[in-house]
Design a protein around this ligand. Sequence first.
Ligand code: FAD
Ligand code: SF4
Length: 490
Amino acid sequence: MAPDPQGFLRHARIDPPKRPVVERVRDFQPIYLTPRPDVVAEQAGRCMDCGVAFCHAGCPLGNLIPEWNEFVAADEPADWAAASERLHATNNFPEFTGWICPAPCEAACVLAINDDPVTIKQVELSIVERAFRDGEVAPRPAPAPSGRRVAVVGSGPAGLAAAQQLTRSGHEVTVFERDDRVGGLLRYGIPDFKMPKDILDRRVAQLSAEGTTFLVNTNVEASDVQRLRSEFDAVVLAVGALRPRELSQPGRSFAGIHQAMEYLPWGNRASAGDIEQSPIDANGKHVVIIGGGDTAADCLGTANRQGAASVTVVDHNLAPVPRANLVNPVWPAAPASRGTSPAHDEGVHEAWSQEVVEFLPNMNGAVRAVVVEQVEIVRVDGIREFRPLVESRVELPADLVLLAAGFIGSDSPELLAALGVASRPDGRVATDERWQTKVAGVFACGDVSRGASLVVWAIAEGRACAAAVDRTLTGTTELPAPVRPGMRPL
Ligand SMILES: Cc1cc2nc3c(=O)[nH]c(=O)nc-3n(C[C@H](O)[C@H](O)[C@H](O)COP(=O)(O)OP(=O)(O)OC[C@H]3O[C@@H](n4cnc5c(N)ncnc54)[C@H](O)[C@@H]3O)c2cc1C
Ligand code: SF4
């Protein structure tokens, strides 16, 4: 029962505070500041504890949102420890989602029908941060070993969630990661200003203390398949969807044109202190980013922090319709979030409904401009086509071009072929209803089977896949399965 059923009438939504733009673009420290606990409690008190809490359905993890809101909003005293217990009951890593989830739960919040939704994501982050501060996030080793061994390939959020669930069930889990650090896209895709990396290290320490083994700098290759299959009772593929969509326009091969995931990891390595300066640096350059999603926003924020002379984001989609407030016009589905990240408040030229025609070189063979033309979207037999408008071509000056046009499946096709797992035409690894590929004992979850998606889905799939692996190995399971393969958002 909500401590104050009229909390939403008494209190307006207060978003978490951000650092001023002029200050934050000078470093890679987090954009968001920590709100005061009394403000978080007041915001949690806006929760109506609805009879049918649609936020549950909006969150792929099925987070028990009204339950933890109630503990945080309780008059005297707020029970943060109980809130943390409820939060961790459904989410292995609420700090990852608390930092970067686009919060489809908030879109589905009943308040969002005609008012601003509860700040669910911020309450989530506040609960878990406090739990770490108070030493309540302790390792939870399994009561007894099962004698079964599981290999998890890939240490992004899907692999980490599967590994933690399986280790806690008593299986001996080894996570193989080709990068030098654990975390997948959380580590080397998402910049520090969006999510600081010490929160990853803190969680990995918990997993290690529970008994999960991590082998970094270990690329699992086709030649390793035989050993992998003989040494482990099950294999979980959580290798992500890191193969970038390519552009075929003339001039693509000029120097100065890079895929986003060639650019972003260097920025994160510089933030980690591994290198002095990124070898692909935007300082003083005119930057053109192609694509308008999360990846483009992260390139935009990084380029501005490196001191770009200008940044233009080109996208062939229509400009998003600005919303006057957070009232959700498509409740309970999540409205489009393209082009609406805090990075867009830091300086950007937006070029919506523009398609790339070609890249132009300077005398040294490096890119100097991107030619774009305006397009209109028409539907032919239900399929979108981008039709150019006549005489609409313009040249955008560009010393650095970043391609952020999406991802199309795993970049480890040889491994998948050697394992014998099948891919769908769009590059996703196919699984059955129990997360198993067509090869017995080989499972897949996260972006590699779902297609490029979100951290919350990766964690949910990792949890569900772990339940399926546990059942296969032991004949039964008590692990939760919050989602089914291929399940769509609301
Ligand atoms: C730039 C960018 C920004 C994003 N921003 C957001 C955001 O704000 N919010 C959000 O919710 N989602 C965001 N996403 C999406 C989110 O990061 C992914 O959906 C999520 O990380 C997928 O998790 P995963 O575990 O399936 O794969 P990944 O995180 O991609 O991890 C896969 C791991 O497998 C490893 N690997 C691959 N092949 C092998 C091999 N053969 N041997 C060993 N290791 C291997 C890789 O090195 C990698 O570490 C973003 C994505 C990108 C690219
Ligand atoms: S994980 Fe995402 S969708 Fe779920 S409660 Fe947290 S912010 Fe909302």
